[in-house]
Design a protein around this ligand. Structure first.
Ligand code: AMP
Length: 289
């Protein structure tokens, strides 16, 4: 496995692959890798085959964190990430140099951002107003640096995948976006780098996300074609959370999985997403109902 840090070096390599006709898949991550990330690597390998290359980027992108969010506390362990990447068969680990990604020299600071305007507005975008602008900017930069044919994202970040897909189409990046299923712990908690931040009491109550989503799915399946109102389901979610006093609900949303338009009448096939806080840690999850 090779590790590339320089942006010019990455671009040179990417152009070399392009000239040679080598298929390239990109898995963008913020590191502190877990089984969820590694499942994206498997998916990437399936797409490009043994002769293709899988690039996994590790970059804790500062522009997707708000001023009061956990950028400084975000977990990092590059040594461990290297080992996991090697074991998973990653060909190139791209660890872009932060000072080069966002030039900070006074008078010539980075000042170009990519913003998707519609799918970014609700849910995570409403709670974290500059988040998706940071995501689309860094993903566009990674596409220009790695020149992948395909990029693999996780369904855990459902809205992010939709926003990235729209940005890719709108800006004509020749990149296919593949979304891989959410990988979970045994009790159903979606794997996340942030899970290590949970105390043991918080970790025990984090199963609430899954329980709420499954209760919502049962309610919608039982109602069938007539569905339930978003208001009634919101109340059901709040009721479920009463058993988990450490869990604070940020939002629960019901929407069309393609357009992300909110559903007033929620029927089977609608998507539900929720965000909660446990202490200092914010967790999200989603489910098809
Ligand atoms: P992150 O490092 O958290 O920014 O995530 C990098 C990529 O991994 C994103 O596309 C995430 O959606 C994906 N991902 C994170 N957690 C999981 C999971 N539990 N299952 C599947 N994909 C995941």
């Amino acid at each position: 496995m090779r590790e590339i840090r320089s942006l010019a070096g990455m671009q040179r390599q990417a152009r070399g692959w392009q000239r040679a006709g080598t298929r390239v898949a990109l898995v963008p991550t913020m590191g502190y890798l877990h089984e969820g990330h590694l499942s994206l690597v498997c998916r990437a390998r399936q797409v490009v085959g043994p002769a293709g290359v899988v690039v996994l980027s590790v970059y804790v992108n500062p522009t997707q964190f708000g001023p009061r969010e956990d950028l400084a506390r975000y977990p990092r362990d590059l040594q461990r990430d290297r080992r996991l990447c090697r074991e998973a068969g990653v060909d190139v680990m791209f660890v872009p140099d932060d000072a080069a990604m966002y030039v900070r020299e006074p008078g010539r600071e980075h000042s170009t951002f990519v913003g998707e305007q519609v799918l970014s507005a609700g849910m995570e975008g409403a709670s974290r107003p500059t988040h998706f602008r940071g995501v689309t900017t860094v993903v566009a930069k990674l596409f220009n640096l790695v020149l992948p044919e395909v990029a693999v994202f996780g369904a855990k970040d459902f809205q992010q995948a939709a926003v990235v897909r729209r940005m890719t189409r709108d800006l004509n990046f020749p990149v296919r976006i593949v979304v891989a299923p959410t990988v979970r712990e045994e009790d159903g908690l979606a794997r996340s780098s942030r899970n290590v931040r949970l105390s043991s009491e918080e970790r025990a109550q984090a199963v609430a996300l899954r329980e709420v989503l499954l209760a919502l799915r049962r309610a919608v399946q039982t109602a069938g074609g007539a569905g339930r109102t978003a208001g009634a389901l919101g109340r059901l979610a709040t009721q479920c959370l009463e058993r988990f006093p450490l869990v604070r609900l940020d939002y629960v949303a019901f929407f069309d999985p393609e357009t992300l338009v909110p559903c007033r009448r929620v029927t089977p096939g609608c998507q539900a997403a929720l965000a909660v806080c446990l202490g200092q840690t914010r967790l999200i999850d989603n489910e098809r109902l």
